[in-house]
Unconditional design. Structure first.
Length: 358
């Protein structure tokens, strides 16, 4: 490889690294623009790094805005706190064993259980909230959680957050697309055609000018932003001289939002209705169908909050909990079919099977 090709490969690697984010393993990310349907991105939850998982943001042009959502990571039960660690892992901690401590973005719940949150401010918010829940009665905890659930499922607030993120980053994303094409398209073609020449140096000088303009746009866009972006001026300096930071400048704006992300189901209206209903079915099955569900007349707390939300949104029960047409016993949580004689799904923690009507 020539020196120019090596430099190109290094830029590409640094750019991909800049597209990676370490988020809670159960997090959801939406990517989109002002007048388009948004799509969801999930982290690689099989990889656990410091209590979180890596997530690759939209890397190719046209570059999009991003917004973060979190499912309910903490659900108060009668005698314990249920903690969602990932889509497939959870923990239960009794209230008297709860030992809360914050370390940067990590909330430690006991000596062996911790949860990574998107920001230090959110970690402190949940530390205070869980401390308050610990001192409440079971009924008070239930009411407090349902109030929190209603707030996190506010579809208008979630849509406003996403549209404002897209609006505020429009200029940054458009110039970043130009950066991407110039850095990985124009300069590489010019270098391949002319080699080490003044023309290549001129193309590199144009890239530097674009980066300085992006730095100025970043400072102008964020001068009144709340909450304030950490190390804002230092980040602007990096944008002015490092191509990978210039191309991802919009992420620092769109992902620095209020400390309380919405629930993924609050994105109704942003996502395609079919995709949203699939997500709604997934969350409903996980919340409703837990071990002992056929004997329990009352809904679990998380399912109660979702049921109230669906009713408020006028979603028919057949849409989020469609009836099964299977001829064999079926797990209502994962949908797996079993031969007769099996009563529970071990993959779902012993959830009782739904027996088809004869």
């Amino acid at each position: 490889m020539t020196d120019g090709q090596t430099l190109f490969a290094v830029f590409a690697l640094l750019y991909l690294i800049e597209c990676l984010r370490l988020v809670p393993s159960a997090a959801w990310m939406a990517a989109g623009a002002e007048k388009s349907r948004w799509s969801t991105i999930r982290p690689w939850s099989r990889f656990q790094i410091g209590g979180g998982s890596p997530l690759l943001l939209t890397a190719l042009p046209p570059l999009q805005a991003h917004t973060l959502a979190l499912p309910w990571l903490f659900v108060p039960e009668h005698a314990a706190l249920s903690v969602r660690l990932s889509d497939s892992m959870s923990a239960s901690i009794t209230w008297d064993q709860l030992s809360l401590r914050v370390d940067e973005t990590t909330l430690h719940l006991d000596p062996s259980t911790s949860v990574r949150l998107p920001s230090p401010s959110l970690a402190k918010v949940w530390q205070q909230r869980l401390a308050e829940w610990r001192g409440m009665t079971p009924d008070q905890r239930r009411r407090a959680f349902l109030k929190h659930a209603r707030t996190s499922l506010d579809t208008k607030a979630a849509a406003k957050t996403a549209s404002e993120a897209a609006k505020h980053t429009r200029s940054l994303r458009r110039l970043a697309t130009t950066h991407f094409i110039w850095c990985f398209g124009i300069i590489s073609v010019v270098y391949h055609r002319f080699g080490d020449s003044l023309l290549v140096l001129g193309a590199a000088a144009v890239l530097l000018v674009l980066q300085i303009i992006q730095s100025w746009l970043f400072l102008r866009t964020t001068r009144k932003q709340t909450p304030v972006i950490p190390y804002r001026r230092w980040r602007a300096l990096g944008i002015a001289f490092l191509p990978q930071l210039a191309m991802r400048a919009a992420d620092a704006v769109s992902l620095t939002t209020d400390p309380e992300p919405p629930h993924p189901l609050a994105w109704r209206g942003l996502l395609e209705e079919k995709a949203w209903l699939q997500t709604a079915c997934q969350f409903w099955r996980e919340a409703r169908y837990i071990p002992g569900w056929p004997q329990n007349d009352a809904l679990p707390l998380e399912a109660e909050a979702l049921h109230a939300f669906f009713r408020h949104e006028n979603i028919a029960e057949a849409d989020y909990d469609p009836p099964s047409n299977a001829k064999l016993p079926t797990c209502p949580r994962c949908g797996a079919e079993f031969q007769t004689g099996i009563a529970a799904c071990n993959d779902c923690g012993g959830v009782e099977l739904r027996i088809p009507a004869m």
